[in-house]
Design a protein around this ligand. Structure first.
Ligand code: GDP
Ligand code: MN
Length: 397
């Protein structure tokens, strides 16, 4: 689950990570109120207005703007709110901005120039350890830094049994070229950041930029936070952070009825049970020259009601030209699944306009095939994996 920047910053702050202060707003009037309130605590009358969408690169797309007066806050917030923001990370049509973060301007000029760093925390799956990736080249596209100057990106792996050790936090501050007060601030920042990562069961933190202000404070100016969906049961309060308007509506609907659905770009709908079989099925479709339109795991029960729900979800995607049902009947018997398919199909009447290819293997597979073949419906049965994929290709032409 992805968070908005303002939510990510609040999460970080709750773990003692220093952040650029801000208040979220849904209208220009709210933005003005937010700016006035911020001014009373920060003392600065300059603010940045930042579009809150689940995508980075907002600055480049015109979604982050400085306002030097309250009037400018109103006009800038008015322009950004409601805009269709296009960044390198959004779909081509962009994303609609429903909220802005009004934040204190932290790039105030001072004795020394502010510097921007990059710090992320993520799991290195190869070593099974969390790692801190960091660089002096903050504020820029980190992929470009990795390409052009990979030696400017450092990594620090953390042993899960030991946690982040204080020498590691100091190493980060040292490699970032800091000294004195900023050095101490950075060790504190990194330590708090790592605690926040572990404490919230996050799968990614990306803070770009981390800013050293002209008075040597270290603060998070941006926050990309991804929480691990599999750990959400441990954090019931995080459920409120979900922004359904940022998610694919069909995926939201599927989750509500307990189905795992992931939307993809192709034209072959896939109904399977089990994630492993889903992967294998998608590979097979691709090998046969097709492209999967989705990944839909109906799980252990595949009765008529569930199959019907699955059909309806898959058919919401207008690109679907055929549906491949590939189910292994281990706990659930194949004949029951076949009956479910036939019943659901009949129940849906004209709603199904695309050919359906069914491969059922496992308990009572032969009875299931018989049921499908004698149904008189536009449903083709297949026994072998390859045969199923070939029939799909034939069906979509
Ligand atoms: P992103 O483009 O989506 O990654 O959004 P960021 O939150 O990283 O903001 C983009 C850029 O806006 C940053 O790299 C900064 O250069 C700039 N920015 C952010 N906060 C401030 C601020 O308080 N004052 C000024 N002048 N610029 C800011
Ligand atoms: Mn950023």
């Amino acid at each position: 689950m992805n968070l908005h920047e303002y939510q990510g910053k609040e999460l970080l702050a709750s773990y003692g990570v220093a952040i650029q202060r801000g208040i979220v707003a849904k209208t220009a009037d709210e933005a003005v109120e937010a700016a006035k309130e911020l001014t009373t605590t920060t003392g600065t009358s300059w603010h940045v207005i930042k579009a809150q969408i689940h995508a980075g690169g907002r600055g480049k797309g015109g979604g982050v703007k400085l306002a030097k007066s309250i009037d400018e806050v109103a006009s800038v917030a008015g322009t950004i709110l409601g805009m269709q923001l296009i960044t390198p990370q959004t779909p081509p049509e962009g994303k609609k901005v429903n909220q802005v973060l009004v934040a204190e301007d932290v790039y105030y000029p001072g004795a020394s120039e502010p510097s921007e760093f990059y710090i992320s925390v993520l799991l290195n799956r190869a070593t099974g350890k969390n790692m801190i990736m960091y660089s002096t080249e903050g504020g820029m596209d980190i992929e470009a830094v990795a390409e052009a100057t990979p030696h400017l990106i450092f990594t620090e792996e953390v042993d899960p049994a030991l946690g982040l050790l204080s020498f590691q936090a100091r190493k980060v501050a040292f490699n970032l070229g800091l000294s004195g007060m900023a050095f101490k601030e950075m060790t504190r920042f990194v330590t708090a950041l790592y605690n926040a990562f572990v404490g919230s069961d996050a799968s990614l933190f990306e803070i770009n930029p981390v800013l050293k202000t002209s008075d040597d404070k270290i603060i998070a100016v941006d926050a990309k936070v991804t929480l691990d969906d599999n750990s959400l049961f441990r954090h019931p309060d995080f459920e409120d952070l979900r922004d359904l308007s940022e998610e694919n509506p069909v995926e939201v609907e599927a989750r509500a009825v307990g189905l795992n659905y992931v939307d993809l770009d192709g034209n072959v709908g896939c109904m399977v049970n089990g994630a492993g079989l889903a992967m294998a099925t998608m590979d097979l479709i691709k090998q046969a020259g097709g492209e999967p339109a989705n990944f839909l795991d109906v799980g252990g029960t595949a009765d008529a009601a569930r199959v019907e729900t699955a059909f309806r979800l898959i058919l919401k995607d207008p690109n679907v030209k055929a549906i491949l049902i590939n189910i292994f009947g281990g706990i659930v018997r194949c004949d029951r699944v076949a009956q479910g398919i036939v019943d659901a199909y009949k129940n849906m009447g004209d709603a199904i306009q695309v050919p359906i290819i069914v491969r059922l293997q496992g308990t009572n597979a032969d009875i299931a095939k018989e049921l499908i073949d004698s149904s008189g419906l536009n449903v083709l049965s297949a026994v072998a994996f390859q045969e199923a994929a070939d029939k799909v290709q034939e069906a979509i032409g």
